[in-house]
Write a protein that binds this ligand. Structure first.
Ligand code: CA
Ligand code: CA
Length: 263
């Protein structure tokens, strides 16, 4: 009787230690992928509100966003931090403001096997996304690979504690949709290949320690984080077609006409 009891206590103790460790590290990701509205390169109708918000007003507008990898480095030396490999997909919301996404790689992340990702309408809402829905293996995603080769020909970690991996462009496809969120989804998949192989999708160095993540297991999920999405909102006044005006209730029509008279 005593042995199973002891085992059960040991299990409880181990589980509670594991749980408290998980809780203490949950908000301390080792790598955070953060998409931000770029400070330059926007088309004329784009207003950059802040890192996470921009407005568009013309059907030809393109919002340029930077993808950063932020590492949880704590020592004063940024020379011992950097990214070797990063992999994921870019999505806009299903519906809302529509725009087509395309990506570019930063010069020092366009190394061997790198890719800007396969463009396709992942959520069938009529605009183009990049990569996959994150639940499958394959090589369709955005793949940033350090282009700094060591003497052995292998890429080394580069970019420091805040590494610019590349950019994603949102080209307006239909101004009428209101707003959308654009996000980067890092690959975290617990299927296909070995856990070791899956871990090769996120390789980085923090304060001199080389790390690999990506197999989708609990520890990896808490080690890989994503920042808030970028919200893009249309400020264009879209005039309804005459046929749709007929469908508006009388009160709404009167309100719309008042607004148009004022503007
Ligand atoms: Ca969309
Ligand atoms: Ca889409």
């Amino acid at each position: 009787m005593t042995k199973p009891l002891f085992r059960s206590h040991l299990f409880t103790l181990t589980a509670s230690v594991a749980l408290s460790l998980a809780a203490s590290t949950a908000d301390a990701a080792l790598i955070t992928y953060d998409l931000r509205v770029a400070t330059s390169g926007q088309t004329a109708g784009v207003v950059r509100v802040n890192d996470k918000s921009a407005t568009v007003s013309a059907s030809t507008d393109v919002v340029v966003m930077d993808l950063y990898a932020l590492l949880s480095a704590t020592d004063a030396n940024t020379g011992n931090d950097g990214v070797k490999i990063a992999y994921g997909s870019f999505h806009s919301s299903a519906g809302g403001l529509k725009g087509n996404l395309s990506a570019t790689l930063a010069n020092n992340f366009s190394g061997l096997a790198s890719s800007v990702g396969t463009i396709g309408d992942l959520d069938s809402d009529g605009d183009l996304d990049i990569g996959n829905l994150g639940t499958a293996n394959g090589n369709t995603g955005f793949f940033a690979a350090s282009s700094t080769a060591s003497s052995a020909g292998l890429p080394t970690h580069t970019g420091g504690a805040t590494a610019l991996l590349g950019q994603v462009w949102f080209s307006v496809a239909d101004l009428a949709g209101g707003s959308t969120h654009v996000r980067f989804a890092p690959r975290k998949v617990n299927s296909g290949g070995s856990a070791l192989q899956r871990d090769l999708y996120h390789q980085f160095t923090v304060d001199g320690t080389n790390l690999s993540r990506g197999d989708g297991l609990a520890a990896d999920i808490s080690d890989i984080a994503t920042g808030a999405p970028v919200q893009i909102t249309s400020t264009a006044v879209v005039v309804p077609e005459p046929t749709s005006l007929l469908l508006l209730p009388a009160a709404a029509l009167a309100h719309l006409l008042r607004r148009r008279r004022r503007s």
